[in-house]
Design a protein around this ligand. Sequence first.
Ligand SMILES: *[C@@H]1O[C@H](CO)[C@@H](O)[C@H](O)[C@H]1NC(C)=O
Ligand SMILES: *[C@@H]1O[C@H](CO)[C@@H](O)[C@H](O)[C@H]1NC(C)=O
Ligand SMILES: *[C@@H]1O[C@H](CO)[C@@H](O)[C@H](O)[C@H]1NC(C)=O
Ligand SMILES: *[C@@H]1O[C@H](CO)[C@@H](O)[C@H](O)[C@H]1NC(C)=O
Ligand SMILES: *[C@@H]1O[C@H](CO)[C@@H](O)[C@H](O)[C@H]1NC(C)=O
Ligand SMILES: *[C@@H]1O[C@H](CO)[C@@H](O)[C@H](O)[C@H]1NC(C)=O
Ligand SMILES: *[C@@H]1O[C@H](CO)[C@@H](O)[C@H](O)[C@H]1NC(C)=O
Ligand SMILES: *[C@@H]1O[C@H](CO)[C@@H](O)[C@H](O)[C@H]1NC(C)=O
Ligand SMILES: *[C@@H]1O[C@H](CO)[C@@H](O)[C@H](O)[C@H]1NC(C)=O
Ligand SMILES: *[C@@H]1O[C@H](CO)[C@@H](O)[C@H](O)[C@H]1NC(C)=O
Ligand SMILES: *[C@@H]1O[C@H](CO)[C@@H](O)[C@H](O)[C@H]1NC(C)=O
Ligand SMILES: *[C@@H]1O[C@H](CO)[C@@H](O)[C@H](O)[C@H]1NC(C)=O
Length: 835
Amino acid sequence: MRLFFTTLLFLVSHAIAEDGSQGWLRYAPVPNAPGPESVPSAIIALNATQSSPVFTAGEELQRGIEGILGKRLHLSATAGQSHSAIVVGTVDAYTNAYGDLKEAEDLETDGFFLSATLDKVVIVGQNERGALYGAFEYLSQLAQNNVTCEPLVYNPQAPIRWTNEWDNMDGSIERGYAGPSLFFRDGFVVDNTTRVAEYARLLASIRINGMIVNNVNANATLLSDRNVEGLGRLADAMRPYGVQLGISLNFASPNQTLGTFDPLDPKVDAWWANITNQIYNKVPDMAGYLVKANSEGQPGPLTYNRTLSDGANMFARAVNPHGGVVMFRAFVYDNHISPVNWTNDRANAQLEFFQHLDGNFDDNVVVQIKFGPIDFQVREPASPLFGSLRNTSTAIEVQITPEYLGQNCHLVYLAPQWKEILEFDMRSDNHSSKVKDIITGERFKRPLGGYAGVSGVGSNTTWLGSHIAMSNLYAFGRLAWDASLGSEAILQDWIRLTFGSNQDVLDTITDMSMKSWPAYENYSGNLGVQTLTDILYTHFGPNPASQDNNGWGQWTRADNVSIGMDRTVKNGTGNAGQYPPEIAQIYENLEQTPDNLLLWFHHVPYTQRLKSGKTVIQHFYDAHYEGAATAQTFVKQWKSLEGKIDKERFEHVLFRQTFQAGHSLVWRDSINQFYHNLSAIPDEAKRVGNHPYRIEAESMSLDGYKPYAVNPFHTASGYAAIVTTSNTTIGIATANVTFTTGMYDVAVNYYDLIGGKAKYQLEIGNRTVGRWTGDLEDKLGHAPSIYLDGHSATRITFQGVEVSQGERVRITGQADGIEPAPIDYISFLPPGIVD
Ligand SMILES: *[C@@H]1O[C@H](CO)[C@@H](O)[C@H](O)[C@H]1NC(C)=O
Ligand SMILES: *[C@@H]1O[C@H](CO)[C@@H](O)[C@H](O)[C@H]1NC(C)=O
Ligand SMILES: *[C@@H]1O[C@H](CO)[C@@H](O)[C@H](O)[C@H]1NC(C)=O
Ligand SMILES: *[C@@H]1O[C@H](CO)[C@@H](O)[C@H](O)[C@H]1NC(C)=O
Ligand SMILES: *[C@@H]1O[C@H](CO)[C@@H](O)[C@H](O)[C@H]1NC(C)=O
Ligand SMILES: *[C@@H]1O[C@H](CO)[C@@H](O)[C@H](O)[C@H]1NC(C)=O
Ligand SMILES: *[C@@H]1O[C@H](CO)[C@@H](O)[C@H](O)[C@H]1NC(C)=O
Ligand SMILES: *[C@@H]1O[C@H](CO)[C@@H](O)[C@H](O)[C@H]1NC(C)=O
Ligand SMILES: *[C@@H]1O[C@H](CO)[C@@H](O)[C@H](O)[C@H]1NC(C)=O
Ligand SMILES: *[C@@H]1O[C@H](CO)[C@@H](O)[C@H](O)[C@H]1NC(C)=O
Ligand SMILES: *[C@@H]1O[C@H](CO)[C@@H](O)[C@H](O)[C@H]1NC(C)=O
Ligand SMILES: *[C@@H]1O[C@H](CO)[C@@H](O)[C@H](O)[C@H]1NC(C)=O
């Protein structure tokens, strides 16, 4: 049974700016909210110690209820009369004060019990952290005007629910798109930990219990006395939220003092034991270590011909006396494999490196496995390693920061992708072996396991650079606690908490978000061929050729007749055979492999028919048109919410959706031109290479501008653009409008590089249609480019422009710095046309 309140609350306009800093914990007044009489009149938090999560829970309840219901409750730490009170505490504290609680015996570590009636609310955690989780759960229900009346026990499915922050000591963040680090600056831990505490608060509300604060590409300088002291301060800031601090280690750290880092050398062992003790002096509750070894140039045990388990166990011995855990990454591969050898395959590396070590890892080691065998691509099968480590605890690693999925400048709600992997059944020993049950430890009866999410939060008030991307952080925590939740249900909780409960807002953001991953897949890489971004540079825009002919092993094997990695056992790399037999049989077999992984496992002609009946190449063309068309609709959908969302966040998201709409066309045309050029197979619908609404810049009459052959060629319409003749020149490009007189959306595709802020002006006839500056590098936060390419290519659109046939169109570009005011083309789009 659930209570729905209808009492109308007088809506006080709340003064907080919607800058995103509160994330989903805004505690905004709820329309039709229950009256203040719907909650008890006092809060009793059964711990008076400020660093206790129970103390935090009391303060959070007071703050939240005041925001949501406009009522400030009395808060005390004394176990008084529990009638008409919200009581929050641990099982022990609660039973001491009020006697036995029968549900207590069902509680597991970090779990809680919540019972909410009008005059009495009981929130009891198995531990202090659990009590705080219960307080956040109650507040979430209040904020959504949907309080559960039945008493319920909530337990986590996995013990390890951590974020991984890829923050560097200099304050930069690897794959972060939201400003500098919260934790480090100029080589040291920051002094001001205010935002660290605010971040821990957000994480606690989604029941994240650990945070690795520095990059897996770690620097030994983290272990200096000054920085260890600093780690103590970070942990102090996080402790009231029950979030334990952990750190990434550089395997070679002792090398400077000892001249060796051999894990079997007793001196090295003693060195790690000592430094570990020093750290635990400052951070008594440190969660543990994360280690990236022998991967992408990082040092590791293989340098000394020791095994990866020898390396992991060295750290395990050091943290074991303190109850710490070692997360050891399975992301070990050779990034110099030869593409000439048809059977070489980076996707095979994890199993080759780890399977024979199964059973050799100490009990407090968890092998942390990226969800797929390569690297967070738009689509990958689940890593076969999940199915083959039976005597090793494992965790899944996902990226909340979408390195390969639009870098928070494209809307991509990731929970559906994660769910697909979590629900995937490996069929180990022909038994149900879902990834979600393997990583919790349930399937193979392991003591540890769980989730690691690479977060990417930075100093920007939006945390991730985009308000709408926060659904991914929220969903990560929710799934790590309970992987059986649906991605849409999680999303809707987040929408209500973040944007309020207006039905149009809920429906629209739900629709956009649920369409977003399929749309991105459609206009990036299809059929399991990977994202097709530039893997050698920014990982942002299109560049399929960058995948092949290098040692990184993210090959597509595309030539002029065929495409895809042959991962079969019978004629390919054998990767399909790394899966348990029932799954191997599916992936080995072309007919049984699902279309969306066809090119992951098979090398086929472009003319190969899919289950849909289309050829591979026609599917590419069609999917790219469909995906980009969907991205255009997001702009209209978002605009329909004007006035229903505060202006600050409305404008911020609109800007990004408009960018995505333009950049999705860059993706569409680039990938289609590339494969059209390579295969020489025409598009049945005659769209590819045929753009009747465009005026190519290089065909205009140029003064101070010159044509420029863009590289990669397919990232320019007609393979060419124009640039100013020097960086001090003002360029002018003119043409006559040959389109019939009427109303058009006029779009200009140009390139926005970092290293300059060119200025542009568009005139038609004698009217100025618009002026703009090439300054997206200040506004978007994705990895920038210094070239004319698929990363810098973008579009600006002027809507509803009256144009007469025969009028002159003129663009004036003023170069700046290294940005030569580059222009690709102008589109005159009649109503309803996207091109
Ligand atoms: C109160 O919180 C402190 C700090 O977390 C903890 O050490 C102590 O055990 C708690 N006391 C009780 C009675 O739970
Ligand atoms: C209220 O919450 C319950 C449990 O989370 C959910 O099943 C139900 O759909 C929610 N109701 C509304 C109106 O959101
Ligand atoms: C610490 O950072 C917070 C949040 O960024 C800021 O509001 C506060 O003024 C800073 N405190 C000091 C002492 O600089
Ligand atoms: C570690 O940090 C120091 C000091 O900032 C820097 O000189 C050094 O290059 C860094 N080493 C690595 C491996 O990043
Ligand atoms: C370890 O130190 C030696 C010098 O003592 C140096 O040559 C070597 O490059 C170092 N190795 C690493 C991985 O830092
Ligand atoms: C232990 O580590 C501390 C701090 O890094 C250092 O000062 C001390 O010399 C080390 N002791 C030993 C025995 O290595
Ligand atoms: C590495 O170790 C293996 C067995 O553990 C041994 O067969 C091999 O000879 C060693 N190689 C070197 C270079 O020491
Ligand atoms: C090709 O690579 C496979 C393993 O990836 C290896 O077994 C085989 O010897 C290689 N073939 C050649 C000709 O190098
Ligand atoms: C946040 O980032 C956006 C660009 O992503 C930028 O426009 C804004 O100024 C940043 N705000 C802060 C407070 O850093
Ligand atoms: C088998 O592999 C070879 C490369 O070794 C490739 O050229 C050929 O097309 C493959 N045959 C089939 C049927 O996939
Ligand atoms: C535009 O048309 C005029 C005549 O109407 C012609 O003189 C001029 O060269 C044309 N300009 C371009 C750029 O084609
Ligand atoms: C032109 O480029 C040079 C070298 O990149 C730079 O020093 C100069 O400031 C630029 N001039 C202008 C006007 O941007």
